[in-house]
Design a protein around this ligand. Structure first.
Ligand code: S3P
Length: 167
C-alpha cells in the first residue's frame, strides 16, 4: 500500500484522523511533530523558543526524507510541511496526499485549549493568525493534494477516505 499523508492547517484533525485511520486499516502510524519531539526530547514550543523556526523546519525536512521511504503507513504532518517544496516532492513519490479541509471557525473549535504547544499561535489573536496563515497556505494545500476531504466529523471522514478506493 502507498502511504497516506495528511496535510492541513493546525487544528484540522490530521493527528487524530491519521491515528484512527491507521488503527482501522492496521497500518503503521507516524506523526512528524511527535517524532521530532521524541528525538529532540523537547516540545515543539521549546524547539521554536530555543533554536528558532528555521531549525525546526530543517528537522521537519530530515524526518520527511526518512519517512517518505516507508510503506504501508499513515503519516500526519505539521501544518507547515507544504512550505518546503522538497518535502512535497519526497512525499509524493510513495504516498497519496489528503488535505483535511476545515473552516477557520472549525479550526478554532478543534484547537480549543490546545494552543500552548503551537508556537505560531502563542501570544496572537488566534482568529487573525489562522486567517493570515490560511491565506498564505490554502493554495499550497490544494495544489499539492491528491484528494481534498472536508473534516467535519471523524467517523464520516474515515468513511470518505476508505471510499476513495486507494487503499
Ligand atoms: C505548524 C504546525 C504544527 C507544528 C508547528 C508549526 C505550522 O503542527 O508543526 O507548530 O507551521 O502550521 P500541527 O499542524 O499538527 O498543529
Amino acid at each position: 500500500m502507498k502511504n497516506i499523508v495528511f496535510i492541513g492547517m493546525m487544528g484540522s484533525g490530521k493527528s487524530i484522523v491519521g491515528k484512527k485511520l491507521s488503527e482501522t486499516l492496521g497500518t503503521f502510524f507516524y506523526d512528524t511533530d511527535h517524532i521530532i519531539e521524541s528525538r529532540e526530547g523537547k516540545t515543539i514550543s521549546e524547539i521554536f523558543e530555543l533554536f528558532g523556526e528555521s531549525y525546526f523546519r530543517k528537522l521537519e525536512e530530515d524526518i520527511v526524507k526518512e519517512i517518505s521511504n516507508y510503506e504501508n503507513s499513515v503519516i500526519s504532518t505539521g501544518g507547515g510541511i507544504i512550505l518546503n517544496p522538497v518535502n512535497i516532492e519526497r512525499l509524493k513519490k510513495n504516498s497519496f496526499i489528503i488535505y483535511l479541509e476545515n473552516s477557520i471557525d472549525e479550526l478554532i473549535s478543534h484547537l480549543n485549549d490546545e494552543t500552548q504547544n503551537r508556537p505560531l499561535l502563542a501570544n496572537e489573536n488566534i482568529y487573525f493568525k489562522l486567517n493570515e496563515l490560511f491565506k498564505q497556505r490554502e493554495n499550497l494545500y490544494k495544489k499539492n493534494a491528491d484528494f481534498i476531504i472536508e473534516n467535519e466529523n471523524m467517523e464520516d471522514t474515515i468513511k470518505k477516505i476508505i471510499n476513495l478506493d486507494i487503499i
